[in-house]
Unconditional design. Structure first.
Length: 164
């Protein structure tokens, strides 16, 4: 059994986990090709799942390249997403909440975002904790400083979805 806090092993397992096919069943959405409403719903769901895959890949690269995020810190982040995603030292496991295809990659994003957030919070410099423009003078809002840094790093979409 591998070390439960081996960052490389965790990253590899998460990468393989998000590459799984979501398993959407076209028949669950449509009664046939003529069912335009069902077909539209199916492809809308598929686009959302694919978007989450792309976001998971971006966050995975960010965690992997951040030397300050240790294997232990990454293992601790598995408490995100209600702890439904778990790491036992050899494999990643997910307990479905309502619908596997739309959740499993989102759970990975939540874990990775948690690791990035915790690392950023723990390594903020005094210069970064200046007063935010939308708060009273002299009031430091660390959460807003962190969100702003992630918005600059990943863009508004990923920041709003995973770092709010």
């Amino acid at each position: 059994m591998q070390n439960k806090t081996d960052k490389t092993a965790i990253i590899s397992a998460l990468r393989a986990f998000i590459r799984q096919r979501p398993g959407l069943e076209y028949r669950n959405y449509c009664s046939g090709y003529q069912d335009t409403t069902g077909r539209s719903a199916y492809f809308r769901e598929l686009r959302g799942i694919t978007k989450t895959l792309h976001e998971a890949k971006v966050l995975l690269v960010a965690v992997e390249s951040e030397a300050g995020i240790t294997g232990q810190a990454l293992a601790d982040a598995f408490s995100a997403y209600s702890g439904r995603l778990s790491w036992d030292g050899t494999r990643v496991d997910y307990v479905t909440g309502q619908y596997w295809p739309t959740e499993y990659r989102a759970a990975v994003c939540a874990v990775l975002a948690s690791a990035l957030w915790n690392h950023k919070r723990d390594t903020l410099s005094i210069d970064e904790t200046e007063a935010c423009p939308d708060h009273a003078p002299g009031v430091k809002n660390v959460g807003e400083v962190i969100r702003r840094s992630f918005r600059e790093r990943f863009g508004r979409g990923i920041q709003r979805r995973w770092f709010s």
